[in-house]
Write a protein that binds this ligand. Structure first.
Ligand SMILES: [Zn+2]
Length: 406
């Protein structure tokens, strides 16, 4: 007995030979929270279902997966952004107490409940655009207590907004002010105290780092990766955003799940990602907000068959967006992805960037029934509209969590 049969719909399965893996006039059966059957309605096998729900010709896609966010933080940086718009320099802003350390200060002072509350608002905005899985990084605590609080808050945000959460520890995001120039002492803390404690407490799924001239060197990043590996945690990396540090090759060496940003990615970096099967995550909203001009090498990534994922990078400093659909649009307009590539990048390839490709990311039998239901006539519309209200339903593990009745 199936629990639910969705009929009168079209399915963008995001797998198979057809564009978008599209099946027109489809049916989708759900049992035990999983997709039991998906295919053309005319091929539907004889099978009892507890409930049949016609969808009035809507499109069903895998629930969207935002695989790179810094969703949990306190305060915001609108004031700093406004100052910059009025011509303030970075130095002025630093003197006025702005920059990433202002978010660190605010986050350290915030209670877990306050972090949950503010991040849940952003998560709900994403849910209203079809997100069913969200990666959330720590990285605004830079001490064990606050980093742990951020990661506990992230799990609670998932429960409150009915979203599956994948958590990454980003202790190596910035050097905390109390360490002055003592970089080694802070990296020691990340490797010898924070990673072991956070792994032991079961607070994370992966370890991330920011490898950049303004953050951590490749050698420091490698120490973080080695500590992650010692605790059997997969890694991902903020790489090649502002300069070519060889971060992608380092990520590949550690079989990273993903290397993210990649505006300054070299040919050697592309070859390394291809070899290791690491997903290239592009973050066009940060590129836009920073008014960057150098784009990631999409054509070369495409011809090397490196899987490309698209994410919002939601964070208060460089990408204040809770709109995954706008990230899809920007991936197309700013970076030149096709709409199908962009949507694949927020479903199938995003699942792989989280190591969850066996569970989510496509509409296939036995995968979790994490679905988004859309009032559109063509899947490309998901990347086409800006600010439209397209979502008609959302299912997490087979349960309706939005729009339609539970
Ligand atoms: Zn980021």
């Amino acid at each position: 007995m199936w629990d639910l049969l969705l009929t009168d719909c079209h399915a963008a399965t995001m797998t198979g030979a057809e564009p978008y893996g599209a099946i027109r006039d489809a049916a989708i059966a759900i049992a035990g929270g999983r997709i039991a059957w998906v295919g053309a309605a005319k091929a539907l096998p004889q099978h009892d279902a507890r409930e049949t729900r016609p969808l009035d010709g809507a499109w069903v896609t895998p629930g969207l997966i935002d695989c790179h966010t810094h969703l949990v933080f306190a305060g915001n940086r609108a004031r700093e952004w406004e100052l910059r718009a009025k011509g303030a320099t970075y130095e002025d802003i630093a003197r006025a107490g702005g920059g990433i350390l202002s978010t660190v200060r605010a986050t350290r002072e915030a209670s877990e409940d306050a972090l949950v509350q503010s991040a849940t608002g952003r998560a709900r905005a994403m849910a209203h655009q079809g997100v069913t899985t969200l990666e959330i990084k720590s990285g605004y605590g830079l001490d064990l207590e606050t980093e742990s609080r951020m990661l506990r808050a992230a799990a609670r945000v998932g429960e409150a907004a009915k979203i599956r959460i994948s958590r990454s520890f980003l202790g190596a995001h910035a050097l905390p002010p109390e360490y002055g120039d003592n970089r080694k002492a802070y990296v020691d803390l990340v490797c010898h105290e924070m990673i072991p404690a956070i792994a032991e407490a079961g607070l994370v799924d992966a370890v991330d780092a920011f490898c950049e001239t303004i953050a951590f060197t490749p050698a420091e990043t490698e120490r973080v990766f080695a500590a992650a590996r010692a605790h059997k945690l997969r890694v991902r990396l903020h790489a090649e955003q502002l300069s070519d540090q060889g971060g992608a090759a380092l990520a590949a060496k550690y079989h990273a799940l993903s290397a993210d940003h990649l505006e300054h990615l070299s040919d050697d970096g592309i070859a390394a990602l291809k070899q290791s099967g690491t997903v290239a995550v592009v973050l066009p909203c940060a590129f836009y907000f920073l008014r960057e001009t150098r784009k990631p090498p999409i054509v070369a990534l495409r011809s090397a068959n490196v899987p490309i994922a698209v994410a919002t990078d939601c964070n208060p400093g460089t990408s204040p967006t809770a709109s995954p659909l706008m990230a899809l649009n920007m991936a197309c307009t700013l970076y030149g992805l096709t709409p199908e590539e962009a949507i694949t990048g927020m479903t199938r390839h995003a699942a792989r960037a989280l190591g969850l490709e066996a569970e989510i990311g496509t509409l296939e039998a036995n995968k979790s029934a994490d679905l988004a239901i859309w009032a559109i006539a063509d899947p490309a519309e998901l990347a086409y509209w800006i600010g439209a209200d397209l979502l008609r339903g959302r299912y997490l593990k087979g349960r309706s969590v939005h729009g339609t009745k539970p």
